[in-house]
Design a protein around this ligand. Structure first.
Ligand code: S3P
Length: 169
């Protein structure tokens, strides 16, 4: 089974994903890292040199190349569910878990790592909470299609295990 962790930038998909995978002995993959390794450049460089649409195509190709029979935890990029048929594809391939976090929590977590993220790096810190609030509202149309939704502020791998394996039975 593939477990997809989805949610806004900064909600903790990669950190939780690694811990969850270790706990249940699944393989872990970070979608951004996979794309960066294949392209031989960082996400920032991809956006600057190839453009966002190239990156969105790479995300979609990555998802469509997955083998649903494998046991994997995948931390997706924050925008991945919101393009093309990616959300439908993830729901077809496995279990989607939306790590839901408030704009205020997201803004405080993203303050120091903004420079790594092409969509945030040129924003002034003061506008971050409003920007996140607006983007999140748009994106929740897709995020809310997840099979499981969990509050991300204090989530632990065991919570996801209970939710996912409960939902799969
Ligand atoms: C993006 C989120 C990023 C990365 C890219 C675009 C987005 O991943 O895929 O910068 O559109 O929200 P994280 O959610 O891991 O930061």
């Amino acid at each position: 089974m593939i477990i997809f962790l989805i949610g806004f930038m900064g909600c903790g998909k990669s950190t939780l994903g690694k811990r969850l995978a270790r706990k249940i002995d699944y393989e872990f993959q970070d979608m951004d890292t996979e794309i960066e390794e294949k392209a031989g450049m960082t996400v920032n460089e991809i956006f600057a040199q190839k453009g966002e649409s190239w990156f969105r195509k790479a995300e979609s190709e990555f998802l469509h190349s997955l083998d649903a029979s494998k046991n994997m935890v995948i931390a997706t990029g924050g925008g991945a569910p919101c393009f093309g048929d990616n959300m439908e594809e993830m729901n077809r391939l496995g279990i989607t878990v939306y790590l839901k976090m408030s704009p205020v929590s997201l803004a405080s977590r993203l303050e120091n790592t903004r420079s790594l993220r092409p969509l945030l790096k040129d924003l002034t810190p003061g506008v971050l909470p409003d920007y996140i609030g607006e983007r999140l509202k748009e994106r929740e149309v897709w995020y809310n299609k997840a099979k499981c939704i969990i509050k991300a502020e204090s989530v632990k791998p065991a919570h996801v295990v209970a939710l996912v394996f409960g939902a799969a039975e």
